[in-house]
Design a protein. Structure first.
Length: 463
C-alpha cells in the first residue's frame, strides 16, 4: 500500500517524551575556564558541562519503550543466548548476508576485518573512509584511498548524491596498481566525511559492477543505511513509491559484506556487527573476535544490547521517523543558509556541517579553523561539535607537523530522538550571534598530538 504523504507544513516528532534528563547550564566565565582545562579539545569537556551536545550521533540517541522492554528480556548466557539469535535473524533479514558477527562497536568491526584481510602494502578504496576506518586500514599496513565524486568538495553547490564514488577514477587506479593490489572497496553510506551526503542506488550498482569485473569484494559501511535509503526514496528516479525497507534491502544486494556501528541507525547506545558471505574470511574474523571481543554469540556485548539492536534495526525503517530525522537537519541547514553561513549544501542526513574554511578565511588551515570554530561555539553557547578538517584528517610531515586537509568542516551531529525544535532554534541563535563577531575568533596551535587519531586526545592552545 502506498504511504500517505504528510499533508502539513510542520513535521512533528513522531514520538512522545516519557523520561527527561537535565541539561548542563554554565556561564561564559565557566566555559572559558573549562576550555583552558580541556586544552581546547572538546572531547575533554565533561558532558555535564555541555548544554547542547552535537559532538556525535553515535550512541547518543534515545531508545524506544520497545527497546527498553527488550533489554529486560535480554538473555545473558555466555554462549548460544536467545538474544543473539534474535539479533542474527534481524541482521540476516536486513542484509541478506549469512555470516553475522557481533562486535561492541563499529571500529571493532573495522579492526577485525582489516586485520583478518592481511593486506599489508595493498589498497582499500572507498568513496570516503571515515576517521576510524582509515586508521584501522592503515594500522593493518594497508593503504586507504578515497575517490569521492567530482564536485563533492564544492560545498556551496547542491547535488542530490554528493556521497557517490568516482567510478572512473576508481577503475583508473585499479588498472594502475593492478587488481591483485586492491583488496577491498568500502562504500560509506551516508558519506560521513563529506557532510553526511547520500550515495545513489545507481552509483552503488556501478561500483558493484566495477568490483565484480576485477574480483574485488565490496563492503558497505552501513552505519547510516536507513538515512541513505530514505534519501534514495526522496531523490532518485523510480523510488518515490518504494518502501524504505525494500530500498535498504536492495542496497545490501550489492554487498559482499557489511560492517555497522549500530550506535547510529540501529538506534542503540552500544554495539555493531560484521556480516559477509565469505566463510573463509568469516572464520578468520571469528578467531580474532574470540581473541579480542568475546565468544561468537555475544562479541563483547551483553544479551540485552543484542536484543535492543534487533528491535532498533526494524524501528529505524519507520518512514514517519525518517521523515522527521531528515527534516530536522534540513531545518537547521536552511536557517544557516538564510543568513549566509556557509555549510555543506544540501544538509546531510545526520547533521549539518559548517564550512569553517569559508566562515573563518582569516585563519590558516595549519591554525585549525575548524577546531577554532568548534571551541568558539562552546564558548558562545555551550554547544559541543566536532572538527572534520586538518586536526582530524591532516597528514603529517617528517617533523610531525600537520599538513592541510582538503576540507575544514565543523560537524553538528544530531542525536536521534533527543532534541526538540526549540533546542535547534537555540543552536541557530548562538551561531547567528557568533557570526557577527567571527573575525575575533583566533586560530590554535598544537601543544601535543599523537600520530594516530590525533583529534581525540590532542592538546592545543590559542595563538
Amino acid at each position: 500500500m502506498k504511504k500517505e504523504v504528510w499533508p502539513w507544513k510542520t513535521i512533528i516528532e513522531p514520538f512522545k517524551i516519557k523520561a527527561v534528563e537535565p541539561l548542563g547550564f554554565t556561564t561564559r566565565q565557566e566555559r572559558e575556564h573549562l576550555l583552558e582545562q580541556a586544552h581546547y579539545n572538546l572531547f575533554n569537556i565533561k558532558a555535564e558541562k555541555v548544554l547542547i551536545d552535537m559532538l556525535t550521533d553515535s550512541g547518543t540517541g534515545a531508545m524506544s519503550c520497545e527497546q527498553w522492554a527488550g533489554i529486560m528480556k535480554g538473555d545473558e548466557s555466555y554462549a548460544g543466548a536467545r538474544s543473539y539469535y534474535n539479533f542474527e535473524m534481524a541482521v540476516k533479514d536486513l542484509t541478506g548476508l549469512e555470516e553475522i558477527i557481533p562486535v561492541h562497536q563499529g571500529r571493532a568491526a573495522e579492526k577485525i576485518l582489516f586485520t583478518a584481510l592481511g593486506a599489508k602494502g595493498k589498497y582499500v578504496i572507498s568513496n570516503s573512509h571515515f576517521d576510524t576506518t582509515r586508521a584501522n586500514v592503515e594500522a593493518s599496513g594497508a593503504i586507504a584511498m578515497d575517490f569521492p565524486q567530482e564536485g563533492a568538495l564544492d560545498f556551496d553547490k547542491p547535488a542530490p548524491f554528493k556521497g557517490n564514488a568516482d567510478v572512473k577514477a576508481m577503475e583508473k587506479f585499479i588498472k594502475e596498481k593492478g587488481e591483485k593490489n586492491v583488496v577491498m572497496c568500502v562504500m560509506t553510506v551516508t558519506n560521513n566525511s563529506l557532510g553526511g551526503q547520500p550515495v545513489s542506488m545507481e552509483n552503488l550498482r556501478e561500483v558493484k559492477k566495477l568490483c565484480d569485473k576485477y574480483a574485488i569484494p565490496l563492503f558497505i559501511d552501513c552505519a547510516r543505511f536507513a538515512e541513505n535509503a530514505y534519501f534514495i526514496k526522496l531523490r532518485e528516479k523510480g523510488y518515490s513509491d518504494t518502501p524504505v525497507e525494500e530500498i535498504a534491502k536492495e542496497m545490501f544486494e550489492m554487498a559482499d559484506g557489511a560492517m555497522m556501528s549500530s550506535k547510529k541507525d540501529a538506534l542503540v547506545n552500544i554495539g555493531g556487527f560484521l556480516a559477509m558471505n565469505d566463510k573463509t574470511l568469516s572464520l578468520k574474523c571469528r578467531q580474532l573476535l574470540i581473541l579480542t571481543e568475546g565468544f561468537n554469540t555475544y562479541g563483547g556485548l551483553a544479551g540485552r544490547d543484542l536484543e535492543a539492536i534487533a528491535i532498533g534495526l526494524k524501528e529505524v525503517l519507520d518512514e514517519n521517523y525518517l521523515q522527521y530525522r531528515i527534516r530536522s537537519s534540513q531545518y537547521l541547514g536552511e536557517a544557516l543558509l538564510k543568513k549566509g553561513i556557509p555549510i555543506v549544501n544540501p544538509p546531510g542526513g545526520h547533521g549539518v556541517y559548517i564550512n569553517a574554511k569559508k566562515f573563518l578565511p582569516h585563519i590558516k588551515p595549519t591554525q585549525f579553523p575548524g577546531q577554532a570554530l568548534a571551541c568558539a561555539l562552546y564558548l558562545e553557547g555551550g554547544i559541543r561539535t566536532v572538527e572534520i578538517g586538518t586536526l582530524m584528517f591532516g597528514k603529517r610531515d617528517s617533523k610531525g607537523s600537520f599538513l592541510p586537509a582538503p576540507m575544514e568542516l565543523v560537524r553538528m551531529a544530531m542525536p536521534r530522538r533527543v532534541y526538540t525544535q526549540s533546542h535547534i532554534d537555540y543552536v541557530i541563535e548562538v551561531i547567528y550571534s557568533l557570526a557577527k563577531n567571527k573575525k575575533k575568533i583566533k586560530g590554535l596551535s598544537i601543544v601535543e598530538a599523537p600520530l594516530v587519531l590525533s583529534h581525540f586526545t590532542a592538546k592545543l592552545k590559542p595563538l
